[in-house]
Ligand binder design. Sequence first.
Ligand code: IVH
Length: 672
Amino acid sequence: MNDVDKHSLEEMNRLIEEIERHNYLYYVKDSPQIPDAEYDRLLRNLEAIENAHPELVRDDSPTRRVGARADEGFNEVEHELPMLSLANAFDKDEVREFHERILRRLEVDQVEYVAEPKLDGLAISLLYENGKLTRGATRGDGRRGEDVTANARSIRSVPLRLRNAPSSSKIEIRGEVLMTRKGFARLNAQQDEAGAKRYVNPRNAAAGSLRQLDPAISAARPLEFFAYGLGLSEGFDLPATHAEVLDAIADLGLRANPERQMVSGFDGLISAYKRLLSLRPNLPYDIDGVVYKVNDLQLQQRMGFVSRAPRWALAHKFPAEEEITTVEAIDVQVGRTGAITPVARLSPVFVGGVTVSNATLHNHQEITRLDVRVGDSVVVRRAGDVIPEVVSVLHDRRPDTSVAYVFPVRCPVCNSDIVLDEGGVIARCSGGLFCIAQVRESIKHFASRRAMDIEGLGSKLVEQLVDNQLISNVADIYTLSAERLLTLDRMGEKSADNLIKSIQRSRSTTLPRFLFALGIPQIGETTAAALATHFGDLDAIMIADEDALVNVQDIGPIVAHNVVEFFAQQHNRDVIGGLIEAGINWPSIERVPADARFKDKTFVLTGSLSGMSRTEAREMLMTLGAKVTSSVSSKTDYVVAGSDPGSKLDKAERLGVQVIDEAEFNELIGGN
Ligand code: IVH
């Protein structure tokens, strides 16, 4: 080999090592150190050397993730150690039995477990020989699976080479391949565009993607991998516990799930279950339960197996997020901006932990896409606190007598024409404030907790007030007296008094709350706060034109247009005038000059602060020029942790993001 070749070889090896290090930082540590563009540059440099010296190319090069098509289908592989399944538990009693059986068999009075999310994807085995990925296989029936090495190699979080692997070793990593919810939505949008069939859920999409014969297709699918255990391990010092196995796997450069947790005893299991159940809606991927595993590997061995499942592990399943039921009727609801939302009335069904009898159909296009009809059997999904939705229709169960649904052309409440907005997606009642439904909804929003926070003025009461013509806009709230309230059915003196008091209290508010309460289309709390801090007072916002508005953080041309449009309407100006006259007031916003310490810094707030509410803290930070976001990432500069902080604190600690407590926070914002 001449000097030039030698130099290229060295440079190539150096680049591979560096790219792998960044892969590890990105996928395993979740804390990238270089921007994507820089990473791409490294890859391109490597490619350039490889193109010039094809004879030097290593098959574990990061440029060789995507290989040739498997035209003949997949080969069968035999698992040297069978891939087991898990026993399921659906309630606490079954978990208690599991725990007590373990205590009995092991003759101990306490036992430690690792609790991990049960990832809703598909199991895969990755074999590394002397550190190199040599085989990827599906679980199949547990004994024999399919050789999907080419596709496994295309998953970015599957390293082609282990970090610091013992030289003479055979290590089989087992885990789950899954697709994130975002990736799934993106894939289905692409499928729609291509006129191809949609995938029903992320698990099916992951399975379908891993089994593509063309690795180029697989590579383009957003698949991810989490390791949850070992199969074969030769030439590798096995630690004493499962928790340490997972840590060792992470040291080898694979991703173990960050939500894993060590707990002890029955109570520990149940609290891990509750914790993961509450995290579930906010995780970027689907989980369908918690897996409990005895931590001590020797104890695991003493427990042994029954048929195909270990006695030392249990899957405690969450309530299903999807169920089948039938559509009894399709109605439409009118929102505060007139948006018409079709709703399916369902035969009640228990899903996502509650009984559901209504599900949103989103908009008229969604009805067309689903082709849903009264009488249809449908799949209903309720995930976390998200509004239940109809995800698909089981067309083969459709009764012969069914007729297509016709979207109304007139508002069911005020009979005004229904018009489509420019995008053609949202149907709106054109009745404006003539439509009693819009009036009601705008008043409910105004009074709500995060807006003017008028305690006691809930949905039912607003409806009663509007229907009895005691109020017809939000300014009228401030003309109410206890005597007039008492004319309502079921209104007692005490409640009337309390309501008048809370209406009085709501007169002192903040500008962001007031702006949010007005219900300007697409102005949520964050944008309202941004508007308030940018302009400083209401008059300035009311006269701002679109050019001035797009200078505000996170405001684009459409939102700017909505704001201008809203304040241009005379009836809105009248209502605002009425509110100011009624004595609504807020402290003026000090226009603190942007502070260099806060400019471009991103904060996340978690837990409760004793000195101020989270909303106040957020407004304060924004005034100082900082950004406040709701979730922690490696881009977060500070996490402010109050008392009872949530999982955001764990995440910050894992990512090495700076965490400050309330005292440090006060010091930082000092004086402001
Ligand atoms: S351990 C011996 N851990 O669940 C134990 N499995 O029902 C074998 N799964 O085929 C599996 N998350 O695909 C384990 N944290 C986790 C898991 C998990 C999801 C899947 C896996 C397995 C199935 C068994």
